[in-house]
Structure formats: C-alpha cells, structure tokens
Design a protein around this ligand. Structure first.
Ligand code: HEM
Length: 151
C-alpha cells in the first residue's frame, strides 16, 4: 500500500498551469501524469496500486482520460475512484472544472484536515451520515487526526 510522505500539496501548487506538452512528456513508469476534467494528476506511484493493473494506467500516461474513466466498455469507475485522484493533483489545463475549493465543499469530510471542527460545523442527516461512512475510502496518506495539534 502506498502512503504518500508529508502533507498534501497546497492548493496553490495543485492549481498551477500545466501545458499539454508538459503533460505528454510525463508518460513513463518513472513519471506518469494523466488529465481528468481539465486537471492534471501525478499517478506515478498510484499506478502500482491500481486495481485494474499498472499497465493500463501507464498506457494512458500523458493523456486525457476523462472519457476512459467513464467508459463502460473499459470499466465505469466508481465515485471513490474519481475522488482518490484529488490528493494526486499537480496542476490544471483548463479554466473550467478546476475549482478545487468547490470540489472540497461537495465532500463529506476532508481527510487531510483535522476532523473535529468539520464534524462540529457540518449538519448531516442521519441517512446521509450512514451512507457516507459505509462508502469505501482510499487516501494515499494517513488521515488527519481527530483533534487539532495544540499550538
Ligand atoms: C489513473 C487514474 C485511474 C484511477 C484513479 C483508477 C482507479 C480505479 C479503482 C479505484 C478501481 C476499483 C474499482 C472502482 O472503484 O471503480 C479501478 C478499476 C479498474 N480500472 Fe481504473 N483507474 C484509473 C485509470 C484507469 C485506466 C486508464 C483504465 C484503462 C482503461 C482503467 C481500467 C480499470 C479496470 C479495467 C478496472 C477493473 C478492475 C477489476 O475489477 O478487475 N483504469 N480503477
């Protein structure tokens, strides 16, 4: 299982512009990037954990896989599969679909941030809570602790 060292990348870093040729250059086992809905992800280390096999990810290295990830003739990926990309973002290609803050708001909890505050300020219904806690989650790093560090 791959555990990413360190904290998740800052929003600023993840929001940097990546050119198409830069994307296309990263298509090897040593450095494999893919684009999905205008955003660019570094899937180099994820590739070996891919349930569909490393080779499939490497074949699509340097490419836009927006359609492939929802292609029923390949494998229609789950919402969890799409969400796990979030931690691997390295930049964006297009303006649209790249509002990372908006994406975060759609989430139940942000596992990269202390959880206690999030649980206090969020208002879930019991049904929503139960549906969310039973969904499988994948995080390439250890989740943040429940409590914030004491300053
Ligand atoms: C690089 C981004 C990708 C991510 C994050 C990803 C993630 C996943 C995940 C989490 C699963 C488990 C089932 C699910 O939750 O849907 C899965 C299964 C699968 N993926 Fe991907 N995938 C990626 C790219 C691809 C590509 C480019 C292909 C090629 C067409 C592909 C083909 C498959 C197949 C065939 C399975 C089914 C494996 C099985 O159950 O036997 N994936 N993927």
């Amino acid at each position: 299982m791959y555990i990413k060292p360190g904290l998740s990348q800052s929003l600023a870093m993840r929001d940097r512009l990546v050119t198409l040729s830069e994307l296309e250059c990263n298509r090897s086992k040593a450095s494999c990037w893919i684009a999905y809905r205008g955003r660019v992800y570094d899937v180099t280390r994820f590739a070996q954990d891919h349930p569909g096999g490393e080779q499939l990810v490497l074949e699509y290295g340097g490419k836009d896989i927006t359609e492939v990830l929802h292609d029923p003739t390949q494998h229609r990926h789950s919402q969890e599969a799409i969400e796990l990309l979030d931690e691997l973002a390295v930049g964006r290609i297009h303006e649209k679909y790249t509002d990372l803050e908006a994406d975060r708001k759609e989430k139940f909890l942000d596992l990269s941030k202390p959880l206690f505050d999030q649980m206090l300020v969020n208002t879930f219904t019991k049904d929503f809570y139960l549906e969310q806690v039973h969904r499988p989650r994948y995080t390439p790093q250890l989740p943040a602790t429940l409590l914030q560090p004491i300053p």
